[in-house]
Ligand binder design. Structure first.
Ligand SMILES: Nc1nc2c(c(=O)[nH]1)N[C@H]1C(S)=C(S)[C@@H](COP(=O)(O)OP(=O)(O)OC[C@H]3O[C@@H](n4cnc5c(=O)[nH]c(N)nc54)[C@H](O)[C@@H]3O)O[C@H]1N2
Ligand SMILES: Nc1nc2c(c(=O)[nH]1)N[C@H]1C(S)=C(S)[C@@H](COP(=O)(O)OP(=O)(O)OC[C@H]3O[C@@H](n4cnc5c(=O)[nH]c(N)nc54)[C@H](O)[C@@H]3O)O[C@H]1N2
Ligand code: SF4
Ligand SMILES: [Mo]
Length: 706
């Protein structure tokens, strides 16, 4: 047995905790055991511990399912299934052109799959209509980081660097539930009282600030930008900033300082509900960390999560967080910085290799002629034959079955019937497609709508690489045999490309695909050309950019930012009028529970996890619950401009009275996304997931009004 036998990484989040998946006794069912790795240091969360249940689940799909004339899904062979796909693509393309075929990918796909999916779209199908669920996840943070630094890598430093921090400002992130082993990296900041958590709820992470651990700021939902401007106002007006840094390493300082003038702490208190003294205390705390960083190497970090990014102004709110970090002189130093906490298993790699509608592998722009030439040369095609940029996720899904839109759609690694905004309308759109082809290993709510379901391998059944939240590339090894009847997505694209007569090679072998990805990424912003499977097996930490001949880049920007002049760019931002109504309306915020992952398609099938959280519960402040006469466990109907949903009430003093919280992991009438609308951020096209205006009323469980 080699040292790497059974060694793999978790199927879920971007921390990519290391684990071994192997039978306890020869021939027995596989079990998970944690492994020592810098991100998890031997820890796993409950989802990781129970992940082997996914491999043995009785719900596992093992045969393609084709919808028959009776409207039901029936098992068919792979030959028949692939014939169906080829016919669907040919029919749609002949009728309406290649852009009538769409692909929707996922940030959980390996780098190899994300890469080949983008290539399959552009080369085998010739369509521009490809995008992915990372649009719902990372797009605002990516847009803001690209604008400010010229490059987006979630954490531009190893996660372990946080372990030395004096102060950490954590905005809209609940790592104690979403990445439990990550909490270890916050312990030094907590010991010095330097953890500042910004969340309208006293989340499990906000509770880490108790007992001298730090400060919890609970702004009204959607008012984070004003809060950040308030903190930055104090930094500038009390002379706490790093003027030498801003003079030497940034552009746009004067404009950003002007933009802060109207955000003195008392005014920000009126907008956000955060007391002015706490705003001042936060600014001083971060500034103290920043200067301690310069003296002793124990610095300050500003980190953002989905709570501040998933808004219709998420890019600008993230920009406000970056501006604050720049004023304090944090980014581009070895002891301080700004980062976003990437969410999905391969949320980082998934955004670099061409699933995004405007990108080619290596984080290249599809509208850049030299990038097109480079990638077309690797693919052995003419650059002019590459489609132009397509449309982002919300627009792509909204165009399903609509005139001029897509009429055939492939979905790989996403369950938009539960997770997309305005999910009822998205489901209707999916139903109006001529052909919906879903690849999954479970019959997700989206797969249940498909005309064809293709059963594919999952994490520990296949080889591939992932790029975690720090930009570290790692191997997710095959540890168990896949059940008979399932195929890898690489095999499937390879077969389909051949049948469709694609003018390039589509290998079914992950290592061969990775070798091609290296070439395609060479010279791009996310350059993987110096990485190969042997290097990854050697245990050396591997961070991109990793050009051939280099030794990779654990810490970005130490020698300057990625803009041509080496400087970071301040982007002045201003809150829209929307945030001013905070406190006078009831806001629904949505997010995650420890026990479930995303749309719940996987974790709802793990008994221990579904027992822990069997249904959605609406977190409501007791005073708000009393105002509508709702007791614990009572069923309420929530109404928003997008629609209505139902769930039971869980009263809690850990949330603002003007705010209710609902997890989005559940299907049916308890779907949080029945309430979210498809407003998007103008820069990133990120939907407004985090805040919807709602009203509540108590209903009888059967649905009658009480
Ligand atoms: N258990 C679990 N872990 C996961 C996942 C999962 O589904 N389940 N998914 C993974 C993925 S893909 C992602 S993207 C990450 C997400 O990880 P997080 O960003 O930590 O998760 P969320 O729960 O979406 O949001 C975090 C917090 O934002 C708060 N929030 C909501 N609205 C606002 C607001 O307007 N302002 C502020 N300041 N805060 C707000 C919520 O109360 C919540 O506590 O988690 C990853 N890990
Ligand atoms: N209201 C609200 N909505 C949200 C969010 C929120 O905070 N609030 N968060 C958003 C965020 S950050 C995200 S990332 C999205 C995530 O939401 P989704 O995009 O729906 O992600 P998952 O639930 O992980 O769906 C993955 C599906 O793909 C399958 N799958 C897993 N791995 C593979 C694979 O390798 N290949 C194939 N073919 N299938 C695979 C799983 O079985 C599952 O059915 O939800 C977004 N939606
Ligand atoms: S924290 Fe994330 S990667 Fe680690 S075990 Fe939990 S779900 Fe898996
Ligand atoms: Mo995400």
């Amino acid at each position: 047995m080699s040292a790497t036998t059974g060694m793999t990484h978790c199927p879920y989040c971007a921390l990519q905790c290391a684990m071994r998946v192997a039978p306890e006794t020869p021939g027995g069912a596989p079990v998970v055991s944690p492994e020592e790795f810098p991100t998890n240091r031997g820890g796993l969360c409950r989802k990781g511990w129970t992940a082997a249940d996914l491999l043995a689940s009785p719900d596992r799909l093992t045969q393609p399912l084709l919808r028959g004339s009776d409207g039901e899904l029936h098992p068919v062979g792979w030959g028949q299934a692939l014939d169906y796909v080829v016919r669907a693509v040919r029919e749609t393309t002949a009728e309406s052109g290649p852009d009538a075929v769409g692909l929707f990918g996922g940030g959980g796909l390996t780098n190899e799959k994300a890469y080949l999916l983008g290539k399959f779209a552009r080369v085998a199908l010739g369509t521009s209509r490809v995008d992915y669920n990372g649009r719902f996840c990372m797009s605002s943070a990516a847009a803001a980081a690209n604008r400010a630094f010229g490059l987006d890598r979630g954490l531009p430093f190893p996660v372990e660097d946080l372990g030395d921090a004096d102060s950490i400002l954590l905005l809209g992130s609940n790592v104690a539930d979403t990445m439990p082993p990550f909490v270890q990296h916050l312990s030094a900041a907590r010991q010095t009282g330097g953890l500042v958590v910004v969340d309208p709820r006293r989340s499990a992470t906000a509770a880490l600030t108790d007992d001298g651990g730090g400060i919890h700021l609970a702004p009204a939902p959607g008012t984070d930008m004003a809060l950040l401007l308030g903190i930055a106002h104090v930094v500038v007006h009390e002379g706490l900033g790093d003027k030498a840094f801003t003079a030497e390493h940034t552009t746009g300082y004067a404009a950003v300082v002007r933009s802060l003038n109207a955000y003195w702490p008392e005014r920000v208190q009126a907008i956000t509900g955060v007391p002015a003294p706490k705003i001042r205390e936060t600014a001083h705390r971060l500034a103290a960390g920043a200067s301690r960083g310069k003296r002793e190497g124990r610095g300050a970090y500003v980190l953002t999560g989905r709570g501040v990014e998933q808004h219709a102004d998420g890019t600008d709110t993230t920009a406000a967080a970056i501006n604050l970090a720049l004023l304090l002189g944090l980014p581009g130093t070895s002891h301080s910085g700004y980062g976003t906490i990437t969410g999905q298993g391969n949320g980082q790699g998934g955004r670099e290799h061409g699933q995004k509608c405007d990108q080619l592998p290596g984080y290249r722009s599809i509208s850049d002629p030299s990038a097109r030439r480079h990638v077309a040369d690797v693919w052995g095609i003419d650059a002019d034959s590459l489609p132009d940029a397509g449309v982002p996720a919300v627009e792509l899904l909204a165009s399903a079955g609509a005139p001029g839109g897509i009429s055939t759609l492939f979905i790989h690694g996403s369950n938009p019937a539960v997770s997309a905004p305005d999910a009822a309308r998205v489901t209707e759109r999916l139903r109006s497609l001529d052909h919906l082809i879903v690849c999954d290993f479970f019959l997700s709510e989206t797969a249940a709508e498909a005309s064809l379901v293709l059963p594919v391998t999952q994490w520990a059944e296949e080889e591939g690489t992932m790029t975690n939240l720090e930009g570290r590339v790692l191997r997710r090894r095959q540890s168990v045999q896949a059940p008979e009847g399932v195929r890898t997505e690489l095999w499937m694209w390879s077969e389909l490309a051949q049948r469709l007569g694609a003018p390039s090679c589509f290998s079914p072998d992950p290592e061969t695909v990775f070798e091609e990805l290296r070439l395609a990424s060479a010279g791009g912003r996310a350059d993987y050309s110096g990485i190969d499977y042997q290097l990854l097996d050697s245990g050396t930490p591997v961070y991109w950019p990793y050009p051939a001949g280099s030794s990779g880049t654990p810490r970005l920007f130490l020698g300057g930012f990625a803009h041509d002049d080496g400087r970071a760019v301040f982007h002045p931002v201003r809150p829209s009028g929307r945030s001013e109504q905070a406190g006078r309306v009831l806001s629904l915020i949505t997010g995650r529970l420890l026990a479930h992952y995303q749309s719940g398609a996987q974790t709802r099938r793990v008994a221990e996890l579904s027992d822990a959280a069997p249904e959605p519960l609406l977190q409501v402040h007791p005073s708000t619950a009393a105002s509508i006469g709702a007791g614990d466990g009572e069923m309420v109907e929530l109404s928003s401009p997008a629609g209505t949903a139902r769930c039971r009430v869980k009263r809690s003093v850990d949330i603002r009275p003007d705010t209710v919280f609902m997890p989005f992991h559940f299907p049916g009438a308890g779907r949080a996304n029945l309430l979210t609308c498809d407003d998007v951020d103008p820069v990133s096209a990120m939907p407004e997931f985090k805040r919807s205006l709602v009203s509540l009323r108590v209903v009888a469980p059967e649905g009658e009004t009480v």
